[in-house]
Write a protein that binds this ligand. Structure first.
Ligand SMILES: C[S@@+](CC[C@H](N)C(=O)[O-])C[C@H]1O[C@@H](n2cnc3c(N)ncnc32)[C@H](O)[C@@H]1O
Length: 273
């Protein structure tokens, strides 16, 4: 493990991991796949995340043994793949994920960005679960093709942007048409795909529900203070305005209808020819 002092970025990522795991009790970092009848509860969210992971595992092509999980997050998928008998390796540029992985999975870990990786290659399957969007689009297929064994597979499950003019919502995810064009000009062919945009929407709904409650809670807690100290409240608001405005402008990211209008969350299985 690295002994260098934590940078602000590392500390931020560590806080995010601790929030997911210690506060929310979540072991996984992705949106999950909900059922239409699911209620918006923490247990349903955990079940949705497990359902998504099961779907990825069931989609592993027959005969695949050696698997690289790119952007392996908390190592949960790797741990379960290893338990199922696969020969698995994790990869992430995140030092805190490296630590969590080492505690959880007895398997090789590549501490690097995928696009900068120096892998020996020979993998039967590379999985990018909600991590493809962080890898430069020009490098996704190029680096995967080098790291895979002949006729190997690349599994990508992630969200993509359909409308580049939708403000905050357009900021994360590869452009859908660009991604398909890169795939088309690569040595890969699509052998399976599934649009799961509707299956993930309850994750946004539950997050929006929490955000609403937090804002309402803050409103209730500050009500007395605001009425007794209007001037002081104005000053405090002025100091906190950039953060407050950012939070308000980013709440659109939790709007499930807008997400579905601007983005597509899709599963792809590519085969290397
Ligand atoms: C949203 S998390 C998804 C984690 C996990 N795959 C899952 O489905 O829960 C994104 C992951 O991508 C990783 N990541 C970010 N940039 C990356 C890069 N350039 N190369 C490889 N992984 C990257 C992050 O460290 C993190 O593990």
């Amino acid at each position: 493990m690295s002994s260098s002092p934590p940078t602000a970025e590392k500390a931020k990522s560590d806080r995010a991991l601790r929030f997911y795991q210690d506060v929310l009790g979540l072991e996984r970092l992705h949106y999950g796949m909900w059922l239409p009848e699911d209620s918006l509860t923490m247990d349903s969210l955990k079940a949705a995340q497990k359902r998504y992971e099961d779907f990825l595992v069931e989609s592993i092509p027959d005969g695949a043994r050696r698997i690289l999980d790119v952007g392996c997050g908390t190592g949960e998928l790797c741990m379960n793949l290893k338990a199922a008998g696969y020969d698995v390796e994790g990869l992430s540029p995140d030092i805190n994920q490296k630590r969590v992985f080492a505690e959880k999975v007895d398997a090789p870990f590549h501490f690097t960005k995928f696009e900068e990786s120096q892998l020996d290659g020979g993998y039967d399957l590379i999985i990018m679960s909600e991590s493809c969007q962080y890898i430069p689009i020009d490098k996704v297929f190029e680096v995967a093709a080098k790291a895979l064994a002949p006729n190997g597979h690349l599994m990508v499950c992630d969200y993509f942007v359909l409308d580049q003019d939708a403000g905050e919502l357009s900021k994360s995810g590869h452009d859908y048409n660009d991604f398909l064009a890169k795939a088309e000009s690569s040595p890969f062919e699509i052998v399976a795909r599934r649009d799961i945009t509707q299956d993930i929407r309850k994750t946004l709904e539950i997050a929006d529900d929490w955000a609403g409650k937090i804002l309402l809670g803050a409103d209730i807690l500050t009500e007395k203070f605001r009425s007794r100290n209007p001037f002081l409240w104005k000053i405090l608001k002025w100091f906190g305005s950039s953060k407050y405005e950012k939070a308000v402008s980013q709440r659109v990211l939790l709007d499930a209808d807008k997400f579905a209008a601007v983005k597509k969350y899709e599963f792809f299985l590519f085969k290397l020819n």
